[in-house]
Ligand binder design. Structure first.
Ligand code: GLC
Ligand code: CA
Length: 578
């Protein structure tokens, strides 16, 4: 068998992302912490996930809540101590679960010791750990690059009269990976956690670490954010640095590596993840989660249709088959809530959350579930004015658009309410008490008032809940070679509302049928497909008796009407004579 098709634990895992600040507070200061996570491990085990990805837990200034690291090898005291982390590891391993940490290596906090040294004088040893350049002849920044926040990617330092580079906020200075000392220190830091027993990494912004250091002017000047990404995404030495990371670090451990990599072509993904090349296990498939974003300004929404989504999915499922591996995620801590942007957070919240769960968990690729999606949590209703918004990207966007460009504040707030990262960061809803069981103290971000109806306690014992459906799917997936490794084929590809596909591996065959819309949809299967269903069993559905009726009708080639978001999963469909 080709090495690439080999079964591996990291292909068969289901990952659950915890945003530590918002998961569970144990000492009632309103901030989630490690002991809080420990107290909820039974819940995660019951759900069936087996890898926990922790968003950063290192000492930080909280400019970007952990993604601005002051010290990569110490724990943010708000979250606990090193002993707590060790206890978490032990408790996870005792449950046969794994822990992966978020590896933030593209930048550090401007309060990191290296940066403080670097900024202290031009000939400090650490100066070259970062990118420093002279001002342009007019005294302005060295070039026209914009950061992910939309401001200049260069920040002037008065003391030493040069600019430094920052892909994110001015408080997150980009590290110079071309400096072998930086790479050596980073490798050492990676080993520090692995030696403690940590099982792997989700590597933050990994395909941005090698830059074109001639810093050519950006040509995509119509783009509001990151107008020069072509010069540092998948940059000149990226494969060299990843391969080195592999030989120096990864190859010495049985571990899990996944890269957050946006703006990748499938060719890039194949290069990053083909095991023969020895770089990473997988790259996260981000494209589908950006389907609502205007490519020139991510805060503006663009309309999309199902054909677009089918195309993206087909590309990653078919063109990568046997040539690379990916993680699938539809939401995370940087996104609006899954059900709010891709489903219907109102009338059909439960139905659409279930459909999205079926969708993600029946595709090939290691699934990453974001905390709260398994109970159908929704966007935050608290962002009335910009003062209610906590995360830096939204605040910078407001600053630029309203204060600098004079845009109407309400128009900009509308975009922010839809897209801001605060939406995904409201406290996890465990029960319907005042602070949703997250804490007994007012939390750092307000609890969504819909905790009254949407909470864990209400769903774990309910056979018809979103949670139960996720749990069932996770268990089904684990036992099914077809769902894990099988070929994907889109059925009814011309249909505007129905997303249907098969997954096949040897003699195991599944058909997944999703009404990806908020309208009722009439459907009659072509004879060829209907006859394949004769031997099939309806394994899972969203609408109980109604779905069973739909299944009966479809199999006997009768028309049936699927309710909004109604979804059916069949196993055992027969093989078509070719
Ligand atoms: C990644 C993280 C995001 C963070 C950024 C900078 O995209 O997911 O939360 O702001 O990197 O580290
Ligand atoms: Ca706490």
């Amino acid at each position: 068998m080709k090495k690439i098709m080999k079964p591996e634990f990291w292909k068969e895992s289901v990952v659950y992302e915890i945003y530590p600040r918002s998961f569970q507070d144990s000492n009632n200061d309103g901030i989630g912490d490690l002991q809080g996570i420990i107290s909820r491990l039974d819940y995660l085990q019951d759900l069936g996930v087996d890898v926990i990805w922790l968003s950063p837990i290192y000492t930080t200034m909280n400019v970007d809540y952990g993604y601005d690291v002051i010290d990569h090898c110490t724990i943010n005291p708000e979250y606990g101590t090193m002993e707590d982390l060790e206890q978490l590891l032990e408790e996870l391993h005792g449950r046969n679960m794994r822990l992966i940490l978020d590896l933030v290596i593209n930048h550090t906090s401007d309060q990191h010791e290296w940066f403080k040294q670097a900024r202290s004088s031009r000939d400090n040893k650490y100066r070259d750990y970062y990118f420093w350049r002279d001002p342009a002849p007019d005294g302005g920044p060295p070039n026209n690059w914009t950061s992910f926040l939309g401001d200049s990617m260069w920040q002037y330092d008065r003391e030493t009269e040069q600019y430094y580079l920052h892909s994110y906020s001015v408080h997150q200075a980009d590290l110079n990976w071309d400096n072998p000392e930086v790479r050596r220190e980073m490798h050492q830091m990676m080993r520090f956690w692995l030696d403690k027993g940590v099982d792997g990494y989700r590597i933050d912004a990994v395909n941005a670490i090698s830059k074109d250091t001639s810093f050519p002017p950006a040509t995509d000047t119509h783009k509001m954010q990151a107008n020069s990404s072509e010069f540092y995404k998948n940059g000149p030495h990226i494969h060299e640095y990843l391969h080195e990371m592999y030989t120096e670090v990864f190859s010495h451990y049985k571990m899990f590596t996944t890269g957050e990599a946006s703006d990748v072509s499938l060719e890039d993904v194949k290069e990053y993840t083909n095991p023969e090349r020895e770089e990473m296990n997988m790259v996260l498939m981000i494209e589908a989660s950006k389907i609502c974003d205007d490519p020139d300004d991510m805060w503006k929404s663009k309309s999309w249709d199902l054909h677009e989504l089918k195309e993206i999915v087909a590309k990653w499922q078919n063109d990568l088959y046997g040539e690379g591996w990916m993680g699938t995620y539809l939401s995370n801590h940087d996104h609006p809530r899954l059900v709010s942007y891709l489903g219907d957070e109102g009338e059909y919240r439960v139905e659409s959350a279930k459909m999205l769960g079926i969708f993600q968990l029946t595709l090939r690729g290691t699934p990453y579930i974001y905390q709260g999606d398994e109970i159908g949590m929704t966007n935050s209703p608290h962002m009335h004015t910009i003062d209610d918004v906590t995360e830096q990207q939204a605040r910078m966007y407001y600053e630029l658009m309203v204060k600098e460009h004079g845009e109407d504040p309400e128009k900009i707030m509308k975009r922010i309410r839809t897209k801001a990262r605060d939406n995904a960061r409201t406290p996890m809803q465990w029960d319907d008490s005042t602070y949703a069981g997250f804490s007994e103290h007012e939390p750092w971000l307000p609890v969504n008032p819909n905790k009254a109806e949407i909470h864990v306690q209400d769903q774990t014992d309910d056979p018809h809940s979103i949670f139960t459906l996720y749990r069932t799917l996770i268990h089904l997936r684990r036992k099914s070679a077809a769902l894990l490794y099988g070929k994907y084929e889109c059925m009814l590809s011309e249909h505007d509302h129905i997303f249907a596909y098969t997954r096949e591996w040897n003699d195991e065959h599944w058909l997944i049928m999703l009404n990806f819309s908020r309208s009722e949809t009439e459907l009659q299967l072509p004879q060829e497909l209907a006859s394949r269903l004769e031997t099939a069993e309806l394994i899972l559905c969203t609408h109980e008796d109604h779905s069973r009726e739909v299944a009966r009708a479809l199999i006997s080639e009768q028309p049936a009407t699927l309710k909004p978001y109604e979804s059916l999963v069949f196993r055992g469909i027969s093989i078509l004579d070719s």
